[in-house]
Structures are given as structure tokens and as C-alpha cells.
Design a protein around this ligand. Structure first.
Ligand code: GDP
Length: 195
């Protein structure tokens, strides 16, 4: 399996900038601060921060990486900025919709959900877009190290309930912690199996 090179290819702000879709691709979506860049780096087996879109000015960029020599990995802009102007949100939604609808090599989307917080309204919006585009998505719970026992069970139940209403949802959840490394190998294997 690939643990290793994660090569930044390009940041894209419009559909005409998309790199060729000549490898199977997976994309990662999640609310800002969910732990997306940390997880992407953990997946690639490295600590240093991947080039990410953590500043509001860059929220509309879709970042493409080559993961080993087998897959492309796509870092979608974090959503849910309380202060993002409506025009910015709308532009990003248009780009996201176009990407999801038009990317034939896209094998799966991973929707990252904070294991402490469960599915929020903005996550539901992304899931609805994925349903509409018929892109299979799988929920990855992040920061699992921060929630244990009954609290964790309660969140898992909430997430499963939310997924039951989404036709594009893949039923199995992946519980991860970039802190402890839990679930990272599992997620890596899932990606590697998507041919
Ligand atoms: P992004 O905005 O989704 O890219 O989020 P980041 O990857 O920048 O992470 C946001 C914050 O959560 C940072 O302070 C990380 O150190 C922290 N974080 C990320 N993953 C984990 C995790 O698995 N466990 C814990 N405890 N903290 C994490």
C-alpha cells in the first residue's frame, strides 16, 4: 500500500483547470477545523502539513495531490466558515457541484465528521449534493481520541441515523485519530482498494 509520496499537483478555482482524470480519485470534504489536513497528511504517512486551504481567502480552491502513483487525492475546501460571505459560499458551491457531477474518475468522497460533534446542518448540505451527483460517500469520524464510551456511542448513533436518509451514503463508518493513528491504515486500505 502507499504510505509515502503525496505530491501536490495543483490548486483549482474553476472547472477548466482540472487536471486529467487518468487515475482513480477520492476527495475529502469537511467542516473547517474538522482535522482534514491532518488526516490527509496522516494518510500519506507524514507529519508536515499538506498545502491546504485553511485561510478564508483560499476557501474556493480544490487542491489536487498524487497519492503514490495509483490515485489522486482531492482536498476540497473546508466549509462552514461562519463569516464567509454569501458570494464566496455560492461560488464554491457552484464549483463543487460542477466537480462532483463531472468527474468520472471520482470513486468516492470521504465526508469528515468530528467524532465529538456528529453530523451538523452544513454536513447535511454536502451530503445532499453528493446524493444529487450520485457520488458514493463514506463518513470518516475524526479526532476519535477525544471521545470515549457512551459519548462516542451516542455520536455514532446520530451519524448512522443521518446517513440512513442519504441514498449515496456508504453504510460503514471509519473511526480515525490522527493523534493515535487509529483507523488510518483502514482508511488507506479502503482508498487503495478503490480501483
Ligand atoms: P482542517 O481545517 O480540517 O484542515 O483541520 P486541521 O487538520 O488543521 O486540524 C484542526 C485542529 O484539530 C488542529 O489543531 C489539529 O491539531 C487538531 N486535530 C486534527 N486531527 C486530530 C485528531 O485526530 N485528534 C486530536 N486530538 N486533534 C486533532
Amino acid at each position: 500500500l502507499f504510505a509515502g509520496p503525496l505530491d501536490f499537483m495543483k490548486g483549482v478555482v474553476a472547472m477548466d483547470g482540472l487536471p486529467p482524470g487518468d487515475r482513480p480519485e477520492v476527495c475529502f470534504a469537511g467542516r473547517s477545523n474538522v482535522g482534514k489536513s491532518t488526516l490527509i497528511n496522516a494518510l500519506a504517512g507524514r507529519k508536515a502539513l499538506a498545502r491546504t486551504s485553511n485561510t478564508p481567502g483560499r476557501t474556493q480552491e480544490i487542491n489536487f495531490f498524487a497519492l503514490g502513483d495509483s490515485h489522486y487525492l482531492v482536498d476540497l475546501p473546508g466549509y462552514g466558515y461562519a463569516k464567509a460571505p454569501l458570494a464566496v459560499v455560492e461560488r464554491w458551491q457552484r464549483l463543487l457541484k460542477a466537480y462532483l457531477a463531472g468527474r468520472s474518475n471520482l470513486r468516492r468522497a470521504f465526508v469528515l465528521i468530528d467524532a465529538r460533534h456528529g453530523v451538523k446542518a452544513v454536513d447535511e448540505e454536502i451530503m445532499a449534493l453528493l446524493d444529487q451527483a450520485a457520488v458514493t460517500f463514506q463518513v470518516v469520524l475524526t479526532k476519535a481520541d477525544k471521545v470515549k464510551g457512551k459519548d462516542r456511542e451516542r455520536v455514532l448513533e446520530q451519524v448512522r441515523g443521518a446517513l440512513a436518509t442519504h441514498p449515496a451514503a456508504f453504510p460503514e463508518l471509519v473511526l480515525t485519530s490522527s493523534e493515535t493513528g487509529d483507523g488510518i491504515a483502514t482508511l488507506r486500505a479502503i482508498v487503495a482498494d478503490l480501483a
